[in-house]
Design a binder for this molecule. Sequence first.
Ligand code: SAH
Length: 568
Amino acid sequence: MIGLISATAAGAAARDRLAAAWPDRARVYDGPVGEAVRAAFAECEQVVCFLATGAVVRLIAPLLGDKAADPGVVCVDEGGRFAVSLVGGHGGGANELAVAVGDVLGAEPVVTTATDAVGVAGLDTLGLPVEGDVARVSRALLDGEPVRLDAEVPWPLPALPVADQGSYAVRVTDRAVRPADGEVLLRPPSLVVGVGASRGAPVEEVLELVERALREAGLSARSVAALATVDAKAAEPGLVGAAERLGVPLVTYAAEELAAVTVPNPSDAPLAAVGTPSVAEAAALAGGGELLVPKRKSERADGRPAMATCAVVRRPARGRLAVVGLGPGARDLLTPRAAAELRRAAVLVGLDQYVDQIRDLLRPGTRVLESGLGAEEERARAAVAEARAGHAVALIGSGDAGVYAMASPALAEASDDIDVVGVPGVTAALAAGAVLGAPLGHDHVSISLSDLHTPWEVIERRVRAAAESDLVVTFYNPRSRGRHWQLPKALDILAGHRRPTTPVGVVRNASRPDEAARLTTLGELDPATVDMMTVVTVGNTATREIAGRMVTPRGYRWQDGRTPQEAR
Ligand code: SAH
């Protein structure tokens, strides 16, 4: 929960905007400011104060405890111009909160923790448990001192500016080792512990078994991602309790699924009880991986039969492929989510001209694989291969990366051993539509006139269908140096079903510095004004030019008393 506190009318107005933007996350604390701050500090994970930093510093100073546990606090000034991350920048999430508050209120986020200031990922913000001297190694990263990355377990981390050698190290390991001097350990969630239990097995017995198995194998409990068992044991209190105590989910599988997993130590007892010859080993191995600890049983001091079994597997790292649309060009049309994904990536794959657009957003240390126009297959393959190697990859495209772009070739190459995240972008048709007015107010279609990968007959059939069904059409790739007859031909087909006065919008470089838009008609469009940086939007039979803008009516009766069909 995010606590919101204000003292003045202006503060209260800004506070209410935040509360309205985050109805499920934010809670307003009324009453005397001192009491409100103390209550919010005690009850919330994060606090936003619409108060001077000085006042907040004095109020929270006596409340500050441990930076790992204290809430993150953000202050917003009276004018609503700045959102200052005051305390808990990393652990308390105040830096991110300052950015989020800034987004809602139009305020500038003010972040002073050094790693964010220079764009290096804070080692404690990577989402993994950390051990060791975080402050010293972060400092070294910041100061540009050589820091090694020892990734014993591949894991899709964001970029870090690391070197091959150096006296500092970031070590990614699930082994039960202690951090050396100048070393930070990152604990990837790489271990899955399969567990089986007889009815009524005590939590302590399960927990002790799991902890001993990890300890004797030299593995860190902080790398355990989940306990896994058979569906029939989903509510077994000993397993549920052990998972809770370890702070991990209890994942379950159907008995048939487990029966199909090949295991070294099958037995008859579970087969009779739950219908699979192995629970612990099979559940641990169900998601793939390497068996580090074969099935073992709990030990009971009272000599009674063991009630729990466990087995430990190191699961394969799942790389992460983010397919990110950058929007049509303007930075403020690049979504915050796209920016976050670019900062989440360690490897960036894209066309060189798009990489240039966003280079400043990348974290230091991001590996960039850029290629020139054309090399689509190579880009798709490279992105997928990097993700399969366990890296965090962003594959970028202009507009929306799924529209006449890289998402489909990449996903056609990708197997199910990587995670894929898509971030939508503002595609050219929408960017151009906003420039022109409201041309897409009714049913519309996009058609690419590039016959590089699509035979002209197919394109022509689609244009014909659009013409006959009176769809508004946006042409992508309308014309290039070597390709000039297609656009006139396509317009000709549309002209067979629409009047020569039908409005046509031509938008070149939408949202880029040299943006140019022209409104013309089907009869008057000069194809020579169209090139590869352009989209051409042709209205339907109801589209009109109104006050210099292209408008396709939705057919509201209150506007003209007639339906679009009647209006024709
Ligand atoms: N993925 C992109 C489209 C790639 S196809 C998107 O979603 O927008 C390339 C074509 O898109 C270009 O030939 C042009 O027709 C169109 N295009 C892309 N960006 C444009 C922009 N900013 N202004 C006008 N047209 C654009």
